[in-house]
Design a protein. Structure first.
Length: 323
């Protein structure tokens, strides 16, 4: 007969003092990263949190030139500035213009950046180096400098672009003023924004393409897949996390564009025909001395960009990225 095993001896629980000490050590360990982050958080708090607080506070006040100069006391208005803003038909028109213009800028920037990233993988070392240096030069150019240079290139009197277009037979562009018409001015600003923004997309996507195994791309080429089909079926799905990052960042940058519009259209174009939200907020706050209303526009823009950021974080979570 087989001898039955007796019941297993009960496991001894660790003393309470030992468990309490382990939890205390774990608590100290979890707080260590925050100690390293504390200096950066203090700096970010001073540079971001306090200005945002002031922006939100002023948006609830009657704050005009009279209050700035001390001629009248500041009074709390509640949501009066927001109500006035939402009743203004120009605000909704400018918002729609900003959304459409930012969307065109983002799509154009991504198209140019991705196309040149693919091109970098197909050219030799010397042309690749020249293209990289030219792109990085455009990326490093300050926005004011780049806008001024593009204004000179398309100047109706001295700019070379109109002369070249007229020389090739497009006589309608002889002494053509690009900044006078609404759509031509937006097109000119679009060219400049894409020119200074595509290098970030190009370099980021190129790095992602180089991480794709070469055997996968070679197998697709041997199977007769075209360059467009390789991009759509192989590269784009594998580069989806990178494309999400560059898309969200491009949306944030292009939605709050200010310098290019202000410099190239003279503060929003003729009769404000090229106004976007950032320029509209500037005009209300500093040209009209309605600082409360301008701050309300800034808060609305902040909420829109915050919503875009939350969408970005949610996309990262869906892809399994640690946040």
């Amino acid at each position: 007969m087989t001898q039955q095993a007796g019941p297993e001896p009960a496991r001894k629980r660790p003393p309470r003092s030992t468990a309490r000490g382990a939890r205390r050590r774990a608590g100290r360990g979890s707080g260590t990263p925050w100690l390293y982050l504390a200096p950066a958080l203090v700096v970010l708090g001073g540079l971001l949190i306090y200005p945002i607080y002031q922006l939100g506070l002023i948006s609830f006040l009657e704050y005009t030139q009279a209050q700035v100069s001390g001629g009248k006391p500041t009074s709390f208005q509640g949501f009066a500035n927001y109500a006035e803003l939402f009743r203004d038909a120009e605000f909704w028109s400018v918002t729609l213009t900003t959304v459409v213009f930012a969307a065109v800028c983002v799509v154009s920037t991504l198209a140019v950046g991705c196309a040149l990233a693919v091109l970098l993988t197909r050219v030799r070392a010397v042309p690749r180096l020249a293209l990289m240096l030219a792109a990085l030069g455009a990326w490093a150019t300050p926005a004011v400098t780049g806008s001024t240079v593009w204004l000179f290139l398309f100047d109706p009197d001295y700019g070379p672009v109109d002369r070249v277009l007229a020389w090739v037979g497009l006589s309608g562009f002889q002494d053509y003023s690009w900044t006078y018409g609404r759509y031509s001015a937006f097109a000119l600003v679009l060219f400049e924004i894409v020119w200074c923004s595509f290098p970030f997309v190009m370099v980021t996507v190129y790095a992602g393409i180089k991480a794709i195994p070469a055997e996968v791309l070679e197998a697709a080429a041997l199977d007769g897949a075209s360059a467009w089909r390789i991009w759509r079926r192989i590269m784009a799905p594998m580069l989806r996390p990178i494309l999400v990052v560059v898309t969200i960042q491009s949306i944030i940058w292009d939605f709050k564009v200010f310098t290019q519009i202000y410099v190239m259209t003279g503060g929003g174009g003729t009769a404000g025909q090229n106004m976007v939200l950032n320029v509209y907020a500037y005009q209300e706050a500093f040209a009209s001395s309605e600082y409360g209303l301008g701050s309300a526009i800034g808060v609305v823009m902040l909420l829109i960009l915050l919503a875009v950021t939350l969408v970005y974080l949610r996309l990262l979570r869906r892809q399994g990225e640690e946040l």
